[in-house]
Design a binder for this molecule. Sequence first.
Ligand code: CA
Length: 533
Amino acid sequence: MKTSLLTLAVLMPCAAAAQKQYNVLYIMTDDHTAQMMSCYDKTNVSTPNLDRIANDGVRFVNSYVANSLSGPSRACMITGKHSHANGFTNNEHGVFDGSQQTMPKLLQAAGYSTALIGKWHLVSTPTGFDHYEIIPGQGEYYNPTFITMDGNTHIEKGYLTNLLTDKAIEWLDAARAQKNADGTQKPFALFLHEKACHRDWLPEIKYLHEYEDVTFPLPHDFNDNFEGRLAAADQEMNIGSDHDMTMDYDIKMYDANNPSRLAETYLSYLGRLDSKDRAAYDQFYDSLAVDFRSRHLTGQALKEFKYQRFMRDYAKVLKTFDDNVGRLLDYLDTTGLSENTLVVYTSDQGFYMGEHGWFDKRFMYEESFNTPLVMRMPTKFEGNVAHGDITEMVQNIDYAPTFLDLAGVEIPEDIQGVSLLPLLEGQHPKNWRQSIYYHYHEYPAEHKVRRHYGVRTADGWKLVHFYPVAAEDTLDAQKIDAWEMYDLNTDPGETHNLYGQKGTEKQLKRLRKELKKLQIQYNDPILETYPIK
Ligand code: CA
């Protein structure tokens, strides 16, 4: 079969070259989650512009990441490979090897103009882009610093989310004017990587007062007791903890007499504001802080206060981003680019919005293992186009092969993801994957989430192994070696660990087998350290 396909490709080079090459606009946020996107969940906020993409296109309802963390997630996206295969397993020590094969490089070789604007976070110099303008590390929301291709840095006045859209539109204006030798438009792929909605949720000044009249409902497991879950019980991402979620940096109730470990960073961000904006900022949060201190909240009341502040500030940051999605979609419509451009929106992972009493991500539990994913096909796509929900299990390693497929580029054999193009064309391939593999590597590190890997099946079962780091690693003081198993059909919040419980032996056997199959398929070396019998 393979030989005959290859022969066909050799026999029909003209047919391959004649395939229309569509543009790609890939928009990715940081730490945005489906619970805060109204086309997925209307409980908390309205995101009309993000919803436009889903309404005119498709919504993936079983969309997952391979490793729920910024840098690793980005590396999975541009390589189409799991973390162990692309080498960028964690933010703490990771440096992306930019000499390896990446999807932007392959698109470039196929005649695409490629650009990266916004957050990179892979430490090494970006490769595979004709143009890039990135923010250093996590970047700043207010009057941010940018790094240009010549290696120089400069500061621009404004709010980062708005500036990134300005830069995207400026680049698109130039890109759409570029021509191939035959006079047709040279195709492009733009990767617009937002900082929003990453901690520490500093809102655009004009939206300081948004959402202040909203009281967000507490998630049902806001006061989870973590029974039967050792790793979940011993992390550092609790909203209720002053150490994990600080009163100044995170909650903005700054107190000069009681600064947190992150107060200095917080003040340095505010120091970037000009005097007028700083006055507006201080007026808003100082009055809240005075009121807060007069109430002497403790315990559950304090935890709930922090939750409301976190939700409100997050929602404000999101609002500016959603506005900017509207600007971009309007731009595509008015320039006619909508006709030949695939629009993709996703986040680098999901996030906890108070579920289990948490913020942050990392765990393979659904809230952060999931990531929002909506796409809108070119309106003049030559072929069938799907609308509505796509229920097949997809993962962020699938984006690279999807874009290559759309560009008519042969997908290299070592790419581990699969093209989503058949799904976007309304097909439901019978042999589609029935399970997803996950592996989180960053420990010991901030937020103290243990390393773990696991499998999640299409029929709603999950098996996870939290494992200790190497025996000689003295940093891992509290070694946890524990398995968890969930039936999401009866326990969507994953609070009842079924591992080792009577009557679940058959499921465990099946899940172990599936996990081993995936570890072999993806060639994860962890199988040597923790062999599955
Ligand atoms: Ca992130």
